[in-house]
Write a protein that binds this ligand. Structure first.
Ligand code: IPE
Ligand code: IPE
Ligand code: MG
Length: 256
């Protein structure tokens, strides 16, 4: 009865439970996020889609900080897919300006926080200004040894796998590799993610429950977590809820 009259007590208890659980170990080392829902976030407010993308970009900084605080080692963020080129040119142009804008605003902070910036995806197809600012960020953070902020930019998993197959075939043709040597470990070395462990936890915002061509090979045994919140609204309490839910999961990898 008392709890019904004082519902905030319930909330406080839930938050405290989250914090207590996050103190334990078993946190995911690699978190991947499909940052979806910027357009709907804007539409709901009567704003143009680009306003949602701008708000989403600012949220990246918050999420990097929270990942760092919770000792996440790798944060992979899906920023632009190989299918996103289908969008109107004006939206694509805007999205391609965001990495530069993000880095102009936040790179000094990232450097201070010991974050190392990397990318996965085909950078060659990016406009020159996008490519240059991303390259500069990678170089300026290359000796940092804190959180790896891995941005999936012009990334598509099927494209990645096809490229890997072509590279394997080329190495066989030039006698640098024999067919017998091909196994999962070797194939992994031909992917953009070769230097990274597979994601432990994959989060998708905005209520959609699909991979949209993200890390198909790498997420074979990843834990999935979905929320209806749009990306600009994905905040500390939701992120920490995802982390604490992950801690409750039992990963079996096919065993018992
Ligand atoms: C995610 O938000 C950002 C990118 C895909 C680049 P969307 O732009 O997909 O937003 P919705 O899904 O249309 O709301
Ligand atoms: C996935 O979102 C890609 C990114 C978040 C960058 P989309 O909005 O492009 O995915 P679909 O089209 O709804 O599957
Ligand atoms: Mg979307």
């Amino acid at each position: 009865m008392l709890l019904i009259k004082l519902p905030f007590l319930n909330k406080k208890t839930a938050d405290q439970t989250n914090k207590q659980k996050l103190k334990q170990d078993n946190l995911p080392e690699h978190v991947a996020i499909i940052m979806d829902g910027n357009g709907r976030w804007a539409k709901r407010r009567g704003l143009p889609r680009f306003a949602g993308h701008k708000q989403g970009m600012d949220n990246v900084k918050n999420i990097v900080r929270i990942a760092n605080k919770n000792k996440v080692k790798i944060l992979t963020l899906y920023a632009f897919s190989t299918e996103n080129w289908k969008r109107p040119k004006s939206e694509v142009d805007y999205l391609m300006k965001l990495p530069m804008e993000f880095l102009n605003t936040y790179l000094p902070e990232m450097i201070k926080e010991n974050v190392r910036i990397q990318t996965i995806g085909d950078c060659n197809e990016l406009p020159i200004h996008t490519r240059k600012s991303v390259q500069e960020a990678k170089e300026r953070t290359s000796s940092n040894n804190g959180l790896i902020l891995n941005i999936a930019l012009n990334y598509g998993s099927r494209y990645e796998i096809i490229q890997a197959i072509k590279d394997v075939a080329t190495d066989i043709k030039s006698d640098n590799l024999s067919i017998d040597e091909i196994d999962e470990t070797l194939f992994n070395d031909y992917l953009y993610t070769k230097h990274l462990r597979d994601p432990d936890l994959l989060i998708r915002t905005s209520g959609e429950q699909r991979l949209s061509n993200f890390l198909l090979w790498q997420s074979a045994y990843t834990e999935f977590w979905f929320t209806d919140a749009y990306w600009p609204d994905f905040d500390e309490s939701l992120f920490e809820k995802a982390l604490s839910d992950y801690q409750q999961r039992k990963r079996r990898y096919g065993g018992i």
